[in-house]
Design a protein around this ligand. Structure first.
Ligand SMILES: NC(=O)C1=CN([C@@H]2O[C@H](COP(=O)(O)OP(=O)(O)OC[C@H]3O[C@@H](n4cnc5c(N)ncnc54)[C@H](OP(=O)(O)O)[C@@H]3O)[C@@H](O)[C@H]2O)C=CC1
Ligand SMILES: O=C(CO)COP(=O)(O)O
Length: 336
């Protein structure tokens, strides 16, 4: 009899817990790592994650620990689900103790500030592994719906398609349908930039700008994501898939999205400080809008919506002024 696939998930927040549940439902033996021992204890004793999903009963084949060595031991897949900007420091501490041959899986949708690296690049660099050992899971996967076992599709991306297929099998359940893709660059960019566009749409919704504005931002947001992707060697078709359009639509239309909600509060007139104070979970776009804009500038790509979001979120530009500027940019053909 073959043993069950073993997965370690680093992060007991929304997505770490939800994806851990997906893996467990698919038959894997799952250990979550959480930085707070009380959260790990609560998961083991009450079978709930009291801080994130107090009403959800977690499967019996999922347990938790605050010891990274215990979590990592023997894992076929080592899944990383912490805020993007904390990955480098955390992984540096964990890397020497990872199971030999483990596949590292990023669930994170951000771009590192300063280096402008994608999460899979940070992982390769810090863990000293090749791209064939690093996979990415991304797509329209709002954690709160996933823990309710509501249906969703997703993308499992890896340069090595055989590795992507192994991970696909490890996380396929009746409610979670993963597709493989080998375009890691496109998949990661889709995930990171949709958070920035989610902020923009949230701001527009908070300002009461209507559904035409939302449709326009989603579409032009996808256009600027695709431009950046093309400049970085991604397959443009990736952006019309789950990692691009799929995630963009889910994020921009859902009140469950932390990025959309963050933008909505700003659009309603809250200050940045007030908005940060009411935001309990990770809204990656708030930091990554700067690194995405940096990346765009490095590649000579125009990303006006991203630039607008940076202006509002980090430079104190009033949303109404930003809107006027965006609408009065020079006239252009739709496709260039
Ligand atoms: N939530 C979602 O629906 C989805 C999220 N994602 C992506 O997954 C990633 C993780 O997000 P998500 O789980 O939602 O975020 P949450 O804010 O819900 O959870 C973050 C987790 O990381 C831990 N954490 C926070 N700061 C640090 C740190 N400095 N060092 C170590 N651990 C830390 C938190 O611990 P503690 O509880 O102790 O604070 C918590 O376990 C993000 O990149 C996000 O974009 C992708 C798809 C869906
Ligand atoms: O990535 C997500 C859904 O796919 C979650 O979006 P938020 O981080 O905005 O909540």
């Amino acid at each position: 009899m073959t043993r069950p696939v073993k997965a370690a998930v680093f992060g007991t927040g929304s997505w770490g817990t939800a994806f851990g549940m997906v893996l467990a439902d698919a038959g894997c033996d799952v250990t979550l790592w959480g930085r707070r021992p009380e959260v790990a204890d609560a998961i083991n004793t009450t079978r709930t994650n009291p801080d994130y999903f107090p009403d959800v009963t977690l499967p019996a084949n999922l347990r938790a620990t605050s010891d990274p060595v215990e979590a990592a031991a023997g894992a076929d897949f080592t899944v990383l689900a912490i805020p993007s900007q904390t990955l480098r420091g955390n992984l540096a501490a964990w890397a020497p103790r990872l199971a030999p041959g483990t596949v590292l899986v990023s669930l994170m949708k951000g771009i590192e500030l300063g280096t402008c690296e994608r999460m899979s690049e940070v992982i390769q660099e810090v863990a000293g592994v090749s791209a064939d050992r690093v996979a990415v899971v991304t797509g329209p996967n709002l954690a709160k719906e996933i823990v309710a076992r509501m249906p969703a599709a997703s993308v499992v991306a890896c340069r090595d398609e055989a590795v992507a297929r192994r991970l696909q099998a490890a996380c396929h359940t009746p409610y979670f349908r993963p597709y493989t893709n080998t375009d890691v660059v496109g998949c990661e960019l889709g995930g990171a930039v949709k958070n920035v566009i989610g902020l923009a749409v949230g701001i527009a919704d908070g300002m009461g700008l209507g559904d035409n504005a939302k449709g326009s931002l989603i579409t032009r947001g996808l256009a600027e994501t695709t431009r950046l992707g093309l400049a970085m060697g991604a397959d443009p078709l990736t952006f019309s898939g789950l990692a691009g359009l799929g995630d963009l639509v889910a994020t921009c239309s859902s009140s469950l999205s932390r990025n959309h909600t963050f933008g909505f509060n700003l659009g309603k007139g809250m200050t940045l400080e007030e908005t940060i104070a009411v935001t309990r979970q990770t809204a990656e776009g708030v930091k990554s809008c700067r690194s995405v804009l940096d990346l765009a500038r490095r590649h000579g790509v125009d990303m006006p919506i991203t630039e607008t979001v940076v202006g509002i979120v980090h430079e104190g530009k009033p949303p109404m002024v930003a809107l006027k500027e965006l609408m009065s940019r020079s006239a252009k053909p739709e496709r260039r």
